[in-house]
Design a protein around this ligand. Structure first.
Ligand code: GDP
Ligand code: IMO
Ligand code: MG
Length: 433
């Protein structure tokens, strides 16, 4: 009989504004699990892995793909841009395809979604969101409007063509009449997409059923979040958010996994904060200290190459994320980036309308008016780069981590001290039996 008590499902999500280092941690944990599942977002994600000394950036493929024998699943919640999927597959060994399974329920991103995303951003001017321009918002809008074309529909060509035409007629109307932008030809897109169907066919699978089987067989599954809780469509800094559910519950809705499959939710945070795109960011540093974090942390977007905005760790935002997303432990990354600072700051509360608050304001529209209240911490001169043992960290670095744990009311099971797999302190392995 399968031993269900051993079948651990762990959800790993970003607990800030994305780019927390999820890719590195998933790649590390993949060595001890049987399957990795993407469940939301699309190729707006950029997850960086270091493999045999080489940097690999994945946008759609789950970060378990470099670990032999690990099944990689793309659940129904992922907005799928097929040209990107095949591009990533082409730059990987052919055998990787045999471990990749894609849900027929994935809404497809079409060229007209990308055109709409970009036209809107241009039209919005200084009110823009600062999206990645990958068509994510428009594709999820079509899903909610029940007009999306889904991956499984590619195998009934005539019906596919008709539904694609219906959706694209509307896209083209908006592109031309509202934004004065170039339109896309539905017949050309239909031909091109139908031309990819056969390549996709062997990967199509019922992801929920596969997850059920994995669980019954006592296998370990890692659910890989994209973006971060502060970019969640409901719980993030609306409207400066992405268009999917980045909270742990998104892992269930976006894959069909059972609620009781999830044993733990790990929130990944940087030891400081970054954000790409527009929107409020209370601890942002627009001075030399921010430039230093950007430089030492090599903070440039893995998807768009845009510089990331940098600031101090915001314990209020992480507490908010932890509450909204059911996070019950932390993984803290990029500790090494803070090496060499005389002192550091942690945001422990905000000031709004002259009053101190220690949560986000009840209306997100006021978030941009919140000023950070800081606590000062002692810095350290020694290098933590590559440290693998807690005892080897300089005492002020340990005190800093402990303070983050106190303020967030969460224990850090993993501390990352460099971009490579081995540059990690594992205090408790999430998949340890
Ligand atoms: P993700 O989107 O959450 O997967 O994160 P990204 O890959 O977009 O950005 C994280 C960046 O930090 C990547 O360039 C990683 O290689 C790098 N990185 C991850 N962990 C560490 C760390 O502990 N220290 C340093 N210096 N870099 C790290
Ligand atoms: P990973 O998975 C950081 C941001 C964009 C923009 C907002 C909406 O690598 O952490 P979208 O294209 O999703 O409509 O853009 O969300 N954003 C990310 N920021 N990391 C990401 O992914 C992001 N994906 C989207 O910059 O502010
Ligand atoms: Mg990223």
């Amino acid at each position: 009989m399968p031993n269900r008590s051993e079948a651990r499902g762990i959800v790993l999500i970003g607990a800030q504004w994305g780019d927390e280092g999820k890719g590195k941690v998933v790649d590390l944990l993949a060595g001890r699990c049987d399957a990795v599942v993407r469940f939301q977002g699309g190729h707006n994600a950029g997850h960086t892995l270091i493999h045999e000394g080489r940097t690999v950036v994945l946008h759609l493929l789950p970060s378990g793909i470099l670990s032999p024998g690990v099944e990689c699943l793309i659940g129904n919640g992922v907005a799928l841009y097929l040209p990107q999927l095949f591009e990533e597959l082409r730059s990987a060994p052919a055998s990787h395809r045999q471990r990749l399974f894609v849900s027929p329920g994935c809404p497809l991103i079409l060229p007209s979604h990308i055109a709409l995303d970009q036209a809107r951003e241009k039209h919005a001017g200084r009110r823009r969101i600062g999206t990645t321009g990958r068509g994510i918002g428009p594709a999820y809008e079509d899903r909610a409007a029940r007009r999306a074309v889904r991956a499984g529909e590619l195998f009934a060509p005539e019906a596919f063509r008709e539904r694609l035409r219906l959706a694209m007629d509307l896209h083209n109307f908006m592109l031309k009449q509202y934004y004065g932008a170039e339109t896309e030809d539905p017949e050309r897109v239909a031909d091109e997409w139908l031309g990819m169907a056969e390549e996709l066919r062997p990967m199509m699978d019922d992801i929920a059923a596969r997850l059920r089987r994995l669980r019954n067989e006592g296998k370990s599954v890692l659910f890989e979040g994209a973006q971060g809780v502060m970019l969640d469509i409901d719980h993030g800094t609306y409207p400066y958010v992405t268009s999917s559910s980045t909270v742990a519950a998104g892992a269930l809705a976006g894959s069909g996994a059972r609620l009781e499959h999830v044993a733990e939710v790990i929130g990944v945070v940087k030891a400081y904060t970054t954000r790409v795109g527009e929107g409020p960011f209370p601890t942002e540093l627009k001075d030399a200290a921010g430039e230093r974090l950007a430089r030492e942390g090599a903070e440039r977007g893995a998807t768009t190459g845009r510089p990331r905005r940098c600031g101090w760790f915001d314990a209020v935002a992480v507490r908010h994320a932890a509450q909204r997303a059911s996070i019950n432990s932390l993984c803290i990354t990029k500790l090494d980036v803070l090496d060499g600072l005389d002192s550091l700051r942690i945001c422990v509360g905000y000031r709004l309308d002259g009053r101190g608050i220690d949560t986000l304001p009840s209306s997100m529209s006021r978030y941009g008016d919140c000023q950070p209240r800081y606590e000062e911490c002692e810095g350290w001169r020694e290098s933590t780069r590559g440290a693998t043992r807690w005892e080897d960290l300089p005492p002020p670095a340990r005190a800093y981590i402990k303070r983050l744990e106190e303020l967030t009311e969460l224990k850090a099971c993993i501390i990352s001290t460099g971009p490579a797999r081995g540059q990690t302190i594992i205090r408790r392995h999430p998949f340890a039996r």
